[in-house]
Design a protein around this ligand. Structure first.
Ligand code: G6P
Length: 609
């Protein structure tokens, strides 16, 4: 959570810092600030609300400087008020921006108070600024003072610091939260994410855990966790700037929904070699590891968790392998029993979600046969720390509500299922048939996108409701869960998902004419059961919106609206049925006038527990 950016150059960097913060707003957006060192000393400007509010204040003050740090905040300690916004400053000498949580900040705060430091915020970050200032009294440099401070901090975080005693220098550090250095010509940058730096450079150093970077406009030196100079490769990114721009779309979310057909194609293609799905795509040891696997244990958060649930249905049904799935935040606190030859599988768009990463690290100590991540960011911690990895190629996802990352995760789960199934009786011809089905997913999505106009019209009928219920059965249940999550995330309508068969065990009590029911009901083995469930709803006056397919005999009537999607193989139905639910949530949110790309209280990358 939170985004930080820093720059050191021979030109005014304030406009760049503001643009960088705009790109990072998806990480948090309740307040923002920048600090610079110029001939007048250390100068900071902070504003509550979005980066735009800060930009206006900066324009009014005319603040400029050839170096600086900036921050956009997602509040953890202390309300979103100006005094809690970053940068935090100690005695007009040191300024710090920080992403993550300092767990021992209370005791550090008490100690600093006894040393005479006064606190102006409720944040955990302010202790970092004061500690650095404190160490500067005895250390010879900002680098040494930051290094000393890092030894005292507990938690997961990334920081960047400046001091008016060394105006040509930024020192930044990574422990648990991502940080990337951008290399320019006589100028250098640091940020939580490459998206903030793409306007200036393509050359990046992805810092590793425990790294500290000492940066001037001419040089970048990285130190590892032991304080030794570390060689870190400069990697050239091929992410295009327009991949992180909205283009002609009103919102990133809509752009990303429409990009799904391409994203699926891009995700499938590299997993195919010589017309066969290639296990080597997961890593060099993949074949040997998968041969040994007898069980799979999946962990993830949010939307990625839903992809994991769909995966667990697939893996048991077609892959014939026992599989369980749970929220990463629950997993490591419940003393899980680890059985022999079990694969630990994590899914994450960002690869930086704190709970998922912690679950992976726990699992690595717990005796699993191997770890496998499904991830969209190849430079992420999750990818680096897993034995095997399936890289999805959704491209950068900016909208906080995940869309194309989810459907590409489903594609990855399909492919991994086939890897397991081929070991348990699926013959080559059948596998080839499934591969052809996977290749049809992109076209099916395009057909679903043609329903956009109809879905927008239907969205009007949901826009004024306060509650809604989403129903599905089998592998459509997790798709109903994902549809409900999308709606609540961006429209703030309370939405719950239930398996259709559970309706009579509680939620039926909620049904009346004010409770819309969204049902995902393709023609599959469970459709007759689902029909019976929906009749129970209709009999109680509930209004139904049913997503079915051309082959099913649902028809629109007084109380029910039916939207028909192309008929596809069950194997890719979860991918297809996700799309209309995303569009529904999107249009409802637009009608209600909420902030679609940056919904209140949420952030895209949750790097705190
Ligand atoms: C946050 C985002 C969700 C996302 C979840 C997991 O809550 O708002 O959209 O699904 O994190 O993120 P990950 O990057 O691990 O998939």
């Amino acid at each position: 959570m939170c985004g930080l950016v820093g720059a050191i150059a021979r030109r005014d960097v304030i406009p760049f810092l503001v643009d960088g913060l705009r790109s990072l707003e998806y990480r948090g957006y309740d307040s923002a600030g920048v600090a610079t060192l110029n001939d007048k000393g250390l100068y900071k400007q902070r504003a509550v609300g979005k980066v735009e509010a800060l930009a206006q204040q900066l324009a009014a003050t005319g603040m400029s400087g050839t170096m600086g740090i900036g921050h956009t905040r997602w509040a953890t300690h202390g309300r979103p008020e100006e005094n809690n916004a970053h940068p935090h400053v100690s005695t007009e000498m040191v300024a710090v921006v920080h992403n993550g949580i300092i767990e021992n900040y209370e005791e550090m705060r008490r100690e600093l108070q006894t040393l005479g430091y006064e606190f102006e915020s409720q944040t955990d970050t302010e202790v970092i600024a004061h500690r650095i200032h404190h160490h500067l009294q005895s250390q010879h440099s900002l680098l040494a003072a930051v290094t000393e401070t890092l030894k005292e901090l507990e938690g997961a975080f990334a920081i960047a610091a400046i001091s008016n005693e060394e105006p040509g220098r930024i020192v930044a550090a990574r422990r648990g939260s991502p940080l990337v250095v951008g290399i320019g010509k006589e100028e250098n940058f640091v940020a939580s994410d490459v998206t903030a730096l793409l306007s200036e450079t393509r050359d990046f150093i992805f810092l590793e855990e425990g790294d500290v970077v000492d940066m001037t406009s001419e040089a970048v030196t990285v130190y590892n966790e032991y304080g030794r100079v570390a060689e870190r490769p400069i990697q050239t990114s091929n992410v295009k700037k327009n991949a992180v721009e909205k283009g002609d779309y009103p919102h990133f979310m809509l752009k990303e929904i429409y990009e799904q057909s391409i994203a699926l194609r891009q995700t499938l293609a590299p997993a195919i070699k010589d017309e066969r799905l290639d296990e080597g795509y997961l890593g060099t040891d993949a074949e040997d590891i998968l041969d040994r696997i007898e069980r799979i244990h999946i962990c993830a958060c949010g939307t990625s968790y839903h992809a994991g649930v769909v995966g667990s249905y697939l893996l048991e049904k077609l892959g014939k392998i026992p599989c369980r799935v749970e929220h990463a935040s629950e997993y490591r606190y419940r003393s899980p029993v680890v059985t022999d030859n079990t694969l630990f599988l994590v899914l994450s768009q960002s690869g930086e979600t704190a709970d998922t990463l912690a679950a992976l690290r726990y699992a690595k100590q717990a005796g699993y046969a191997a770890t496998l991540s499904i991830c969209n960011v190849d430079s992420s911690s999750l990818v680096r720390e897993s034995d095997l990895c399936f890289l999805t190629h959704a491209g950068p996802e900016i909208g906080v509500a995940s869309t194309k990352a989810f459907t590409t995760q489903l594609m990855a789960m399909n492919i991994i299922t086939l890897f397991m199934a081929r070991r348990r009786g699926l013959d080559e011809a059948e596998e080839q048939r499934y591969l052809q089905v996977l290749k049809q997913a992109s076209a099916a999505i395009e057909a679903a996108l043609n329903l956009d106009g109809q879905i927008r019209d239907i969205a009007m009928s949901l826009a004024d409701c306060s509650h809604s219920l989403f129903l599905g059965r089998g592998n459509m249940y997790p798709i109903a869960m994902e549809g409900a999550l999308k709606l609540k995330e961006i429209s703030y309508i309370h939405a719950e998902a239930y398996p259709g068969g559970e309706l009579k065990h509680g939620p039926l009590a909620l049904i009346d004419e004010d409770m819309p029911i969204v049902a995902v009901a393709p023609k599959d083995a469970l459709q007759p059961k689902m029909k019976a469930n929906l009749q129970e709803v209709q009999a109680r006056g509930g209004k139904l919106l049913i997503f079915a397919d051309q082959g099913s005999d649902f028809e629109s009537a007084n109380q029910s609206t039916v939207l028909k999607l192309p008929t596809v193989d069950d194997f890719i139905a979860p991918i297809l049925y996700t799309v209309p639910l995303q569009l529904l949530a999107y249009h409802v949110a637009v009608i209600r006038g909420t902030n679609v790309d940056q919904p209140r209280n949420l952030a895209k990358s949750v790097t705190v527990e």
